[in-house]
Ligand binder design. Structure first.
Ligand SMILES: NC(=O)c1ccc[n+]([C@@H]2O[C@H](COP(=O)([O-])OP(=O)(O)OC[C@H]3O[C@@H](n4cnc5c(N)ncnc54)[C@H](O)[C@@H]3O)[C@@H](O)[C@H]2O)c1
Length: 319
């Protein structure tokens, strides 16, 4: 039987890729998104163009902060599972508007947790972030780490939401997986993130703003590996687990730029600027636990993923 699943944040980068993947697997997908203008909402509309032609997809243009409206949707739809991805997702903007991050990322999550319990949802998958590890110098990052080095309101909002998810398992038996994503890149990549900014700049011959000396590193993880991990979490019968979804191979900023130059055959123009507040030095996922519990491991090498991403950008701008 087709399972009915709610994906919040379905119009975003990860949400829309996941929606397409689940529709291919013949899930019945209900998407929810408020299409806010954190980045151009037309991009989000475009992300859902394919899904909207599929009879197994239904869209609610709703805000996860509107509890009464959400309740009506839960009554009507009777979800079996939820993947909660809707959030304010940028690190740097969380420093200028921490209250917004607090509201959407914590209160919005608690709204969905409460309704999941009230309407007996089978499983809750939460999209968390490597930002919860903050500036920890204990590498690679392990799910059991204390996470007491958080340096951005975004990271704090995600860690707080994780605590709520865990508490709903203990208090109400809501089966849930917290998935900590590490810098995701690929087609439909968020336009505010480094992979999009850098790639577009190099393709257009514009200057790349490099914050810091180029040694800061990210465990860039390709979108298909991330959505593959989410699908595994959806399908596995588990109680409460925190799991890293990362590539386990950090790439330094300067090597990122060199790889881009190699793929595009263009030389990057770089403007060096001081490191930014809220940015951590390195992210590096230990993925032993995820491998053991979900049978997941990333399969996309960074250079291959970047090549696919650049090909997607080129095809897009050729349209
Ligand atoms: N992209 C990454 O590298 C990354 C890394 C770690 C964690 N995450 C997490 O993964 C999730 C998805 O991230 P993304 O990169 O796809 O971001 P995104 O901004 O592209 O997608 C988030 C979506 O949520 C929607 N949304 C935001 N507030 C909402 C609200 N109040 N009500 C309804 N919808 C709302 C937005 O309109 C957007 O379409 C987020 O929870 C983010 O924190 C992303």
């Amino acid at each position: 039987m087709i399972k009915k699943i709610l994906i919040t944040g379905c119009a975003g980068f990860i949400g829309s890729n996941l929606t397409d993947k689940l529709l291919k697997l013949e899930y019945q997908v209900v998407g929810m998104d408020n299409f806010n203008d954190y980045y151009d909402p037309k991009i989000k509309e475009n992300n859902l163009k394919n899904a909207l032609t599929n009879k197994n997809f239904k869209l609610y243009r709703e805000d996860i902060l509107n509890f009464e409206k959400l309740k009506k949707i839960f009554i009507k739809e009777k979800f079996e599972k939820i993947v909660h991805l809707a959030a304010r997702a940028g690190v740097r903007p969380s420093i200028s508007d921490p209250q917004l991050y607090y509201k959407v990322n914590i209160e919005g999550t608690v709204n969905l947790l409460k309704l999941s319990v009230d309407f007996k949802v089978d499983k809750f998958v939460f999209g968390s972030s490597s930002s919860v590890y903050g500036n920890s110098n204990k590498l690679p990052f392990l799910e059991d780490d204390l996470c007491d080095k958080i340096i951005s309101p975004y990271g704090a909002s995600k860690r707080s939401a994780e605590f709520f998810v865990e508490s709903f398992w203990h208090s109400f038996g809501l089966k849930s997986q917290v998935l900590r994503f590490f810098t995701v890149y690929g087609p439909r990549g968020r336009p505010d993130m480094a992979p999009a900014l850098f790639t577009k700049a190099i393709l257009k011959g514009e200057t790349i703003k490099q914050f810091g000396d180029g040694s800061s590193s990210r465990d860039y993880t390709y979108i298909d590996d991330i959505t593959g991990g989410i699908v595994k979490a959806i399908n596995k019968n588990l109680n409460f687990e925190i799991l890293n979804l990362g590539n386990n191979k950090p790439v330094a900023l300067k090597d990122f730029i060199l790889t881009m130059e190699k793929i595009t055959g263009k030389r990057a123009k770089i403007e060096k600027l001081p490191a930014q507040m809220g940015d951590v030095v390195i992210t590096h996922a230990d993925i032993t636990k995820t491998g053991r519990i979900l049978g997941w491991k990333p399969v996309t090498k960074f250079e291959d993923g970047l090549q696919k991403y650049i090909a997607w950008i080129n095809s897009f701008s050729a349209q």
